[in-house]
Design a protein around this ligand. Structure first.
Ligand SMILES: [Zn+2]
Length: 499
């Protein structure tokens, strides 16, 4: 209504002679439609907003004069280290962000931490290093390793390039991304090519547990207090031939989360969304659903939803599984990956229709949503959050740079957006900050400031799978974090002035 009133005023003003005032009002009306722009800020928040915007303006001004210096206009791999030096990035790191709602079980921890696991657990880690073939890895008791496999420590002694080669097999990071990756298929193929190295490492139970704990720690260090993640049922293993089934896996998540909360009592918790591969037939999906219902009955507070994952363009569309998926309607939440694609009118982007018709609570990526104005209206009206994953989409070459990402439209039009980090191990990143930074510098208007950050954090709680009561407790805790954050921003600024 307020927007309508302002717009009416604008139309009246159009007939007047004060062109500059009309222009200013038109810009203002446009900006009021964006996420968080109309939030009423306290005097302290307004002061903090001035500080934040001065940092943002400095980076934008430099980039506007010299676009090669504008970090989010470059390929992420060419500038990821420069981004950590950005004052905006450092500010965003401190922002209480609420929750993280889209990550995947196997690839949640930073690439560096994951690689370092090959040192921590080197005692029983054997490898087959036969260049130019990829290095094979696996944990075995001494004497039980396949012939020709040697301890990783020996391989390291034998080859000065071993670590560089192994590390490059664990992520998509390359120094010349524009030469290596031409299109989305190249990226997905390389992603799959990491599996023979990454899976035997991450599914080794001690590493799996360490990485889950560390993933929570990395989020916590980015001021995220809660995680909802998609998971498969990976077959964990150890050196004692312990049988790890679905129940023990869920218990591992729950116990590790509790350990983390014991160490960091202001962390709120984690929830699990079952997200197996879509690249299967209907009987396998039926098995997924049976497994899911059984698991949800056993862990009703932890298992909160269902999804189908893997490359949409190459996998089966949701439309192939409607009778199966309908069995879960009213029994759980759907959080479908949908529209993670550049196509228009193909089964992939039409997943958006099925996701909405099936009653999805959030949409993973929703990149193609911009092509369907009706669906965008429905998403807004029904409060279906779009899990915006900037780094994932940029590395996946759905778009070449953030300023052209449909997220710019979603944010400018106040669609229910939450910022997500997807697979940081594979991207070679850490936590959620890079995604928040790229979204903020590449997808918001120059004048979107602290109000937008605040609303995105609030969205992350509002669109989580927590119950209403849990959300209200979380919101109160977040508000306390936020107030303290504002105090610290002002105190730090005062110190700078005094110095
Ligand atoms: Zn995903």
């Amino acid at each position: 209504m307020r927007g309508f009133v302002v717009l009416s005023c604008f139309l009246v003003l159009c007939a007047a002679v004060d062109y500059e005032a009309d222009r200013k009002l038109l810009i203002d009306v446009s900006l009021r439609r964006s996420i968080g722009y109309e939030l009423q800020l306290t005097p302290n928040e307004i002061e903090a907003d001035d500080i934040f915007l001065s940092l943002k303006y400095a980076e934008l001004d430099e980039g506007f004069v010299n676009p090669k210096k504008f970090l989010v206009a470059q390929h992420f791999y060419e500038v990821r280290h420069n981004i950590t030096e950005s004052e905006v990035f450092k500010f965003i790191k401190k922002v209480p962000k609420g929750t993280a709602l889209h990550a995947h079980d196997l690839f949640m921890v930073s690439g560096d931490f994951f690689f370092n696991m090959t040192y921590k657990y080197a005692d029983n880690l054997y490898v087959l290093d036969n260049p130019p073939n990829d290095i094979r890895v696996g944990f075995f008791n001494a004497g039980e390793q396949p012939s020709s496999w040697v301890l990783i420590s020996s391989a390291r002694e034998n080859s000065s390039t071993f670590d560089v080669r192994l590390r490059s097999q664990l992520t998509l990071v390359v120094w010349n991304p524009k030469l290596v990756y031409n299109d989305t298929d190249d990226v997905w193929n390389r992603f799959r090519s990491t599996f023979p190295s990454t899976i035997p490492l991450i599914t080794y139970q001690p590493i799996f547990k360490d990485c889950f704990y560390q993933a929570l720690k990395e989020l916590y260090e980015d001021n995220v207090k809660y995680l909802e993640f998609r998971g498969l049922f990976p077959q964990l293993y150890d050196l004692n031939n312990t049988a790890y089934d679905k129940d023990t896996l869920m218990q591992l998540y729950i116990d590790t989360t509790q350990e983390f909360i014991n160490d960091f009592p202001d962390f709120w918790g984690t929830r699990f969304i079952y997200g197996p591969s879509r690249n299967v037939n209907q009987s396998v999906v039926q098995q997924y659903i049976d497994d899911f219902l059984e698991l949800q009955a056993k862990f009703p507070d932890f298992v909160v939803g269902f999804d189908l994952t893997d490359q949409e363009d190459k996998g089966r569309p949701l439309a192939d599984f409607i009778p199966q998926l309908q069995q879960l309607q009213n029994k759980t939440n759907f959080f479908f990956h949908a529209g993670e694609s550049d196509w228009f009118g193909e089964p992939t982007d039409e997943n958006l229709f099925d996701a909405i018709l099936l009653g999805t609570k959030r949409i993973g990526h929703g990149f193609a949503l911009i092509k369907y104005t009706l669906l965008m209206e429905m998403v807004k009206e029904k409060g279906i959050a779009i899990e915006l994953s900037p780094i994932s989409n940029l590395i996946g070459i759905l778009v070449n740079e953030a300023r052209n990402h449909p997220g710019t439209y979603y944010i400018a039009n106040n669609l229910p957006v939450v910022i997500c980090h997807d697979d940081p191990t594979i991207w070679g990143t850490k936590g959620v900050n890079y995604d928040w930074y790229v979204a903020f510098m590449g997808m918001t208007h120059r004048d979107n400031g602290l109000g937008t950050l605040k609303q995105l954090a609030i969205n992350s709680i509002q669109y989580s799978a927590m119950t209403d009561d849990q959300k209200s407790v979380a919101m109160n805790k977040w508000q306390a974090d936020w107030d303290q954050f504002i105090q610290e921003v002002l105190a730090e600024d005062n110190q700078l002035v005094i110095v």
